[in-house]
Design a protein around this ligand. Structure first.
Ligand code: 5GP
Ligand code: ZN
Length: 166
């Protein structure tokens, strides 16, 4: 790529990033709730972990088994990540999705990945939502659900056990 093209690409990225700038309720890595989950300073129902990723149940799920897959390293949006890391994140999300779908006997699933305030990103640490869907909810976005801590842990246990089997 020529120097001029590199410069134009860089400039375009800067402009786009500025447009994407959003308020950061967590105020950076120090106060980031997902970093706290990674370091176990905050509790969560962890279903999967490797050296560079963690997956845990969403505290306020759209459906039973709704899981968040994150890189452990703090970055606010997917544009903070290198392309190889993005590919790895989705590889992990794909693996986790199979276990989630099997564990809750879903018929399909959604990946949702919000970037920026306009996209309704609430937690400023990159994450992929894995949202299992049943045929009865076909095409619909359901309301968020509440499960008891025991129900959440049982769901997490089922997902972990599916992951262990594969
Ligand atoms: P976003 O809108 O940023 O894509 O989604 C953030 C998600 O994180 C929401 O679905 C929300 O329910 C979930 N969430 C927010 N705080 C916590 C937390 O402390 N623990 C867990 N497990 N999930 C959280
Ligand atoms: Zn973080």
């Amino acid at each position: 790529m020529g120097e001029a093209k590199v410069y134009v690409t860089r400039l375009r990225n800067q402009v786009d990033l500025r447009r994407l700038a959003f308020t950061k309720p967590t105020g950076g890595a120090e106060n980031c709730i997902f970093c706290q989950i990674v370091s176990r300073r905050s509790p969560s129902n962890v279903v999967y972990e490797d050296e560079r990723h963690i997956a845990f149940l969403d505290i306020y799920p759209f459906s039973r088994g709704h899981t968040l897959v994150c890189p452990k390293e703090h970055g606010e949006t997917i544009w903070d990540m290198g392309e190889t890391d993005i590919a790895e994140l989705f590889q992990v999300a794909s693996k986790v999705s199979k276990a989630v779908v099997a564990a809750v006997q879903a018929d399909g699933f959604r990946f949702v990945q919000n970037n920026g305030e306009a996209a309704n990103q609430v937690v400023a640490h990159v994450h992929v939502h894995v949202i299992p869907v049943k045929m009865e909810d076909r095409g619909r976005f359901t309301d968020r659900k509440r499960f008891t801590p025991d129900e959440m842990e049982e769901t997490a246990r089922l997902i972990r056990s599916e992951l262990a089997d594969n």
